[in-house]
Write a protein that binds this ligand. Structure first.
Ligand code: ZN
Length: 179
């Protein structure tokens, strides 16, 4: 297991659509283990295979001490709307408000190819949508009307240290959705 370099915005590999995984052996298991190490070292709550340069339909998410390894995942149902701050390990230093579904239901395979189902709202729901977007070559900035909507980490706007009554915990929350 090892930490791999994370592919950053501007690298064309981030825009490749991941190929379906059809082999559930050593290569996949090594990739998943490395992705988990890389996600934890960042730290972030999720990481998709294209972010370590592998154009495959595989991602990892860790929320509230539960690790999800999702192979060939797809959203089968979505409900509600939720607007919150979100960041990406491939675009360090910036956050933005992104509207997502409030809850999603995902069908995927585990590392051994067995079918699994994951439903998530809140942080998990947002991470699921963010990672599945990566597998389609899509980034959270694609939802923005303009790059001016990006909020630099540590700016007044992210409620870092000024006790902003409207967004008192934005920095902390945003740190949780780096994926
Ligand atoms: Zn991301």
């Amino acid at each position: 297991m090892s930490v791999r370099p994370i592919v950053l915005l501007g690298d064309p590999r981030l825009r490749l659509k991941g190929l379906p995984v059809d082999s559930f052996g050593k290569f996949l298991h090594g990739l998943l283990d490395d992705m988990t190490d890389t996600m934890r070292a960042a730290p972030g709550v999720g990481l998709a295979a294209p972010q370590v340069g592998e154009a495959l339909q595989a991602c990892v998410i860790e929320v509230r001490d539960t690790l999800y390894e999702l192979i060939n995942p797809r959203i089968v149902r979505a409900a509600g709307n939720d607007r919150d701050l979100e960041g990406c390990l491939s675009l360090p230093g910036y956050y933005a408000y992104v509207t997502r579904s409030e809850k999603v239901w995902v069908v995927a395979q585990n590392r051994n190819g067995r079918k699994i189902k994951v439903a998530g709202s809140g942080l998990l729901g947002r991470a699921l949508q963010h990672e599945l977007d990566h597998l389609d070559g899509k980034l959270f900035i694609d939802y923005l009307g303009s790059m001016d909507e990006l909020i630099p980490v540590g700016s007044d706007e992210d409620g870092d240290d000024d006790g902003d009554a409207e967004h008192p915990a934005n920095t902390r929350e945003a740190a949780k959705v780096l994926a």
